[in-house]
Design a protein. Structure first.
Length: 218
């Protein structure tokens, strides 16, 4: 927070909740953090996993702790030692209502270890739900690897996970626009600086995953 305050020629604070103004600055920092987080699949946010064990004739599960702002990178059936692929909700509906394969075994459905998943809304806790195909016939350990955005920063001990420079400079730009004057640098210039820091940070992070930068003609 003090990195932002100094750039706005404001007094530093000892606690993020010292004053009404510092609380407002904290809100804008969180706004900037959210914008930066959603601009790329940052390496630091790829460590989140959600795991569960399937039950017989139950194919709807929650990704506990995922919230509704999550991107699934991959899914695995660690019991059967295989990857689970994504399929569209329309495909799942077709298997349920047309082909009749996505029903319990007693009704003639196809059962076995999961091959596909799709998204199916959120649960009562606000976590993303997924459906599996075929209908599980046993206990399978399922693991989802996700990009999960960090919760809002609220205390002095909170540690920012994404690159800090884009967040700092974007927060400065947002606050400069809010108060209408900056004593030298224009708001447009602040946003331009923030965009440069963000594009550089994305390029550096993307280099950690060169396989995702290869595009193939189909």
């Amino acid at each position: 927070m003090n990195n932002v305050l100094r750039r706005l020629r404001e007094e530093e604070v000892n606690n993020v909740n010292d004053s009404t103004y510092s609380k407002m600055v904290g809100d804008f920092i969180n706004d900037a953090k959210t914008i930066v987080e959603q601009s790329s699949d940052w390496s630091a946010l790829r460590t989140r996993e959600s795991a569960f064990v399937t039950g017989v004739d139950d194919n709807l599960y929650s990704l506990t702790g995922s919230g509704d702002d999550v991107k699934v990178m991959s899914a695995y059936d660690t019991t059967s030692k295989k990857q689970i692929e994504y399929q569209t909700k329309e495909w799942f509906n077709n298997e349920s209502y047309v082909n009749g394969t996505l029903v319990i075994a007693a009704k003639g459905g196809l059962t076995g270890s999961p091959l596909y998943y799709t998204f199916d809304g959120i649960d009562a806790n606000g976590d993303t739900q997924v459906r599996l195909y075929p209908m599980p016939d046993d206990a399978y350990n399922i693991r989802f690897v996700m990009v999960r955005r960090q919760a809002e920063l609220s205390s002095n001990s909170d540690v920012l996970l994404v690159p800090s420079k884009p967040v700092i400079h974007l927060a400065v730009a947002l606050l400069a626009r809010e108060r209408g004057e900056t004593g030298g640098t224009s708001t447009a210039e602040y946003f331009s600086i923030a965009d440069r820091y963000l594009s550089d940070a994305i390029a550096i992070d993307a280099a950690k995953h060169p396989e995702e930068m290869v595009f193939r003609t189909i």
